[in-house]
Design a binder for this molecule. Structure first.
Ligand code: XMP
Length: 173
């Protein structure tokens, strides 16, 4: 069984400051046509971040990525919910809630490039560098964290905790 930590790891206020700072950094460094959010954990981060990009022409899309259960393709992802051909010729900002082993963002960004995107840059609110299993660094990251399981602000444990405004770590009881 797990319980929430005594104190939030990041309060809603700290998260919002971080998101605003990330938006500024992205705006200064990358011109993009489409935001692609990875479901489900990034949905709150994507909606907060995108409000710092008030542009009539900005497209928002979401994609679902799940690991293959097939042992012949370890680390490969099955994507659904978006036809990657829609991204051909576009400059894409690919967004996840958390960068952990690195497999999701690495594999998805490669697939989007292979589908003919003009450019792909990646963004994650949280980064757990000690957990990396493949060589990968996102272009834009918010908080670096230790190897703890976190919930809230869109992140879940077994589908729960997503709507908590702060980010909490879960600890074994
Ligand atoms: P990889 O390992 O591919 O994983 O970089 C990224 C995905 O793993 C999930 N993940 C978490 N979800 N709390 C969560 O709620 C966590 O601490 C956590 N660590 C990894 C998440 O779905 C992310 O998109």
């Amino acid at each position: 069984m797990y319980k929430m930590s005594m104190m939030p790891m990041f309060t809603a206020e700290a998260i919002h400051e971080c998101v605003e700072a990330m938006a500024g950094q992205i705006r200064r460094n990358y011109e993009f046509d489409v935001v692609v959010g990875i479901l489900t954990g990034s949905f709150i981060f994507v909606s907060d971040l995108c409000r710092y990009f008030p542009r009539q022409d900005l497209q928002i899309k979401f994609i679902k990525a799940s690991s293959y259960c097939d042992e012949m393709r370890p680390g490969e992802l099955e994507v659904s919910g978006l036809d990657l051909k829609e991204l051909a010729g576009k400059r894409v900002l690919l967004i996840d809630d958390i960068l952990d082993t690195g497999r999701t963002l690495k594999c998805l960004s490669e697939k989007i490039r292979a589908a003919g995107a003009a450019a792909v840059k990646t963004c994650a609110l949280l980064d757990k560098p000690s957990r990396r299993e493949v060589e990968f660094q996102a272009d834009f990251t918010g908080f670096k964290i230790e190897d703890k399981f976190v919930v809230g602000y869109g992140l879940d444990y077994a589908g729960e905790y997503r709507t908590f405004p702060d980010i909490w770590s879960l600890e074994e009881e």
